[in-house]
Design a protein around this ligand. Structure first.
Ligand code: ATP
Length: 445
C-alpha cells in the first residue's frame, strides 16, 4: 500500500507522536506539538546526528548559540535585505503562495475552488505580481518598544556559528579543516507552511559549518555530500527513495559555488531534506566587515593567514523525522489480519523493547517488572499489561518497537521468555539472565 501523508498524520496523532498545536482552541495553522513517542523519536534523530558529528570523529566541536542575536548579525548575513520569498496572491480564490514554487510546479497549496488542482494553476486564476516577503519574525527586546529594541528570531542556526568562530578557535586548538555543529530551533514566517511537519514556521535545524583551507573546499564539498547521504541510508532510509540533486547555476545563491540537496521521495514527491553548500568565505568575510573583528586563521607553523572557506550541511530535524516515519511506514496482512508497522531503525525507535506479561496474574506481571528493571539502564523499555496480547503487539508495531519480550507460563517454571522480532515476527526463547546482553547486542548491530 502506498503511504499517504494522511496516514502518517493519523498514526502520529493516534499513537502520540505529533499533535496539531492549540487544538482545544481550534488550532493554529501548521504548528505542531510532539507527544511522548515523537519526543523520543526526534531525540534519537538528533542524537544520531550529534553522534556522527562529535563522537565518531575528532574534528568537529559543539555549540548552542542564542536564538535572539544582535540585529547586525542579520544585516551582515544578508537576511535583513534578502531573506525573502516571492509572494503571489490569486484574486479569484483569495489564496497566497510562493511564486517560485508555482514556477517549479510544486506549489504546496491546493486550490480551494478546484481541489484537484494546485493553487494558481487554473486558467481562471487571476494572479498578482510577485512581491518579496521577508521571512524573519520580528520582536522587541526590553519593555520599551522603539526602533532600537527590534530583534529577530533566528531564521537559521548557522549565523550563531559564524559569530562564534573566534571564540571557538581560541579555546578548541583546532585548525582548518574543522567544524562547528549546532542543533536548535529556527523560525521562518513561511508564506505557505504545510504538509504536516515538512514545512512549519517554527522548526529545528541540525547545521554544521566546516572551515577549510580555500584550496581544499571543492574536495570537502564532495566529501560532505556523500557523508550526509550515507547518514540517512545508514539509519535505514531506502537508497532508492533518496537522491543527491545538484543545483543548477541559476538556483545558486550569489556566494555559493556549489549547492546540492539531499532529496527524499515524500508522499508529496521528491523534496529537500537537507542542503549541502560550498559557501566560500562569504560569511566570515561579511561578519569581519560588519563587526570590525578579524575572522581568519593564522597558521603559526607556515606563517599563512587566510579566511577559511565553509562547507555547510544544513538539515531539518523535523523534516528528517518525517522522512524516517514515512520510510518506515508499512501495512501488511498476516494470517488474515491487517497490521500497520513502523519499521524504524532500532537506533531511532522510540521504545526499544516492550515487556509484556501474557496474562495479568500467576506472578507474570511481577517477573515482567523485574525484567523492565534489568533493562531500563540500557535502553528505553515499556511495560504493558493492558488488553489482549495481540492488541498489545499491534500497538508496539505501530510505534515501531523492534522487540517484544513476553512472559508466559513457562517463564515461571524455567525463567525463560520469548523475544519477538517486529519485522520477521520470529520468536526465540531465551533465558531472562541473557536478555540484557542479547538486546544490547541487537541494538548495537
Ligand atoms: P525551502 O526551499 O524548502 O524553503 P530552504 O532551501 O530555504 O528550504 P535551508 O535554508 O537550506 O532550506 O534550510 C536547511 C534545512 O532546514 C532544510 O533542508 C529543511 O530540512 C529545514 N527547513 C527549512 N525550512 C523549514 C521549515 N519551514 N520547516 C521545517 N524544516 C525546514
Amino acid at each position: 500500500d502506498a503511504v499517504t501523508m494522511e496516514k502518517i498524520v493519523a498514526l502520529a496523532k493516534r499513537r502520540g507522536f505529533v499533535f496539531p498545536s492549540s487544538e482545544i482552541y481550534g488550532g493554529l495553522g501548521s504548528t505542531y506539538d510532539y507527544g511522548h513517542y515523537g519526543v523520543l523519536l526526534k531525540n534519537n534523530v538528533k542524537d544520531a546526528w550529534w553522534k556522527s558529528m562529535l563522537q565518531e570523529r575528532d574534528d568537529i566541536v559543539a555549540l548552542d548559540s542564542a536564538i535572539l542575536q544582535h540585529p547586525k548579525v542579520w544585516e551582515a548575513s544578508g537576511h535583513l535585505a534578502g531573506f525573502t520569498d516571492p509572494l503571489v496572491d490569486c484574486r479569484t480564490c483569495k489564496t497566497r503562495f510562493r511564486a517560485d514554487h508555482l514556477a517549479e510546479g510544486k506549489a504546496d497549496l491546493v486550490c480551494p475552488k478546484k481541489p484537484s488542482k494546485l493553487a494558481g494553476q487554473g486558467p481562471e486564476c487571476d494572479l498578482t505580481e510577485a512581491r518579496e516577503f521577508n521571512l524573519m519574525f520580528e520582536t522587541t527586546v526590553g519593555p520599551v518598544k522603539d526602533s532600537g529594541s527590534v530583534a529577530y528570531l533566528r531564521p537559521e542556526t548557522a549565523q550563531g556559528i559564524f559569530i562564534n568562530f573566534k571564540n571557538v578557535l581560541q579555546f578548541s586548538r583546532k585548525k582548518p579543516p574543522f567544524g562547528i555543529a549546532q542543533v536548535g530551533k529556527s523560525f521562518r514566517n513561511e508564506i505557505t507552511p504545510g504538509n504536516f511537519i515538512f514545512r512549519t514556521r517554527e522548526f529545528e535545524q541540525m547545521e554544521m559549518e566546516f572551515f577549510v583551507p580555500p584550496a581544499d573546499a571543492p574536495q570537502w564539498y564532495e566529501y560532505w555530500k556523500q557523508a550526509r547521504f550515507d547518514w540517512y541510508t545508514g539509519l535505514g532510509i531506502r537508497p532508492d527513495h533518496l537522491m543527491l540533486r545538484e543545483h543548477e547555476s541559476d538556483e545558486l545563491s550569489h556566494y555559493s559555488s556549489g549547492t546540492a540537496d539531499v532529496e527524499y521521495l515524500f508522499p508529496i514527491g521528491w523534496s529537500e531534506l537537507e542542503g549541502i553548500a560550498n559557501r566560500g568565505n562569504f560569511d566570515l568575510s561579511a561578519h569581519a566587515e560588519h563587526s570590525g573583528e578579524k575572522l581568519e586563521y593564522f597558521d603559526q607553523g607556515s606563517g599563512e593567514r587566510y579566511v577559511p572557506h565553509v562547507i555547510e550541511p544544513a538539515a531539518g530535524a523535523d523534516r528528517a523525522t518525517l522522512a524516517f516515519l514515512v520510510d518506515a511506514y508499512d501495512e501488511e496482512e498476516i494470517e488474515g489480519e491487517q497490521r500497520t508497522v513502523l519499521r524504524l531503525h532500532p537506533r531511532l525507535a522510540p521504545v526499544k523493547v516492550a515487556v509484556l506479561p501474557l496474562v495479568k496474574k500467576d506472578g507474570q506481571p511481577e517477573v515482567a517488572k523485574e525484567i523492565v528493571g534489568m533493562l531500563r539502564g540500557r535502553m528505553q523499555v515499556e511495560y504493558d499489561e493492558g488488553g489482549s496480547i495481540g492488541k498489545r503487539y499491534r500497538r508496539q508495531d505501530e510505534i515501531g518497537t523492534p522487540w517484544g519480550v513476553t512472559v508466559d507460563h513457562q517463564t515461571l517454571e524455567d525463567r525463560t521468555v520469548t523475544v519477538r522480532d517486529r519485522d520477521s515476527l520470529a520468536q526465540e526463547r531465551v533465558a531472562i539472565d541473557d536478555l540484557p546482553a542479547l538486546l544490547s547486542e541487537k541494538l548495537a548491530a
